[in-house]
Design a protein around this ligand. Structure first.
Ligand code: ZN
Ligand code: ZN
Length: 243
């Protein structure tokens, strides 16, 4: 009901920036100053997990972060479209928590444009798989943010799209405030590969909306590789940065 009302209102009301509510020209999801404040993930970042370095470290921009050196992730590379924070964090919060499904296409457009601008390209024959939501959350929110992002990546880069390849078997408790170790425990054993034939022997691009510590991506990638995927890499809309 609410989504029908939102759609009707969108036809008659001027579009607003998803972060600061300034009037924008559709289909922009952010106003020019907010869009200009985004930090691309293709800059100084860890090639292993996509961690964005806000202050480029001494010794080069593309070196692996401490977490990747100490405990290499199962996926072979990760790329964030943007660093999480500021206007993007506000827009993502509105998109996911309001929830406002009308922001999904605009955020997905920003994501694929940033990936293409940053030179990201998928391996040939790759299959795009989103990190799944639990059905209860899907019912409450009406959409899976990772699914919206993943479908946009598949379309923009001409890749196969397998939204049902991975399932979340139990609802996950909130992750806010948890450290890396607790986040790993939170997702351990939570995902299952359910359509193994669709990903067996193929490179998989695992897509999520936000990556914080990487615990979810590590667990999901582990399941994908165990199910027989040839390789797994991760692409996210936003990655928690490090100063
Ligand atoms: Zn704005
Ligand atoms: Zn890393």
């Amino acid at each position: 009901m609410r989504s029908i009302l939102n759609r009707l209102l969108a036809l008659v009301l001027p579009a607003r920036c998803a972060a600061c509510a300034l009037e924008v020209t559709a289909p922009s999801v952010l106003c020019a100053p907010c869009a200009g404040s985004l930090v691309p993930g293709a800059g100084a970042s860890c090639p292993g997990c996509g961690l964005v370095y806000l202050t480029p470290p001494a010794g080069g921009c593309d070196h692996r972060c401490g977490d990747c050196l100490r405990d290499p992730p199962p996926f072979y590379r990760a790329r964030a479209a943007f660093a999480y924070g500021g206007a993007l964090a506000d827009a993502i919060a509105r998109w996911k928590n309001a929830p406002d499904h009308t922001l999904g296409p605009g955020l997905a457009r920003l994501m694929v444009a940033a990936l293409a601008d940053g030179g990201w390209s998928p391996p040939p024959g790759a299959v795009v798989v989103p990190v799944p939501s639990h059905r209860r959350q899907l019912r409450r929110r009406g959409f899976n943010p990772a699914g919206v992002s993943a479908r946009a990546v598949a379309r923009a880069f001409g890749l196969a799209w397998e939204p049902g390849a991975l399932a979340l078997q139990r609802p996950l408790p909130p992750s806010k405030g948890l450290n890396r170790k607790s986040r790993m425990r939170r997702v351990r054993g939570a995902y299952a590969a359910v359509q193994c034939g669709r990903i067996q022997g193929r490179p998989v691009v695992l897509v999520d909306d936000v990556m914080t510590t990487g615990a979810t991506a590590r667990e999901a990638a582990r399941v994908i590789l165990r199910a027989g995927a040839a390789s797994c890499e991760v692409v996210v809309l936003a990655r928690a940065p490090r100063g």
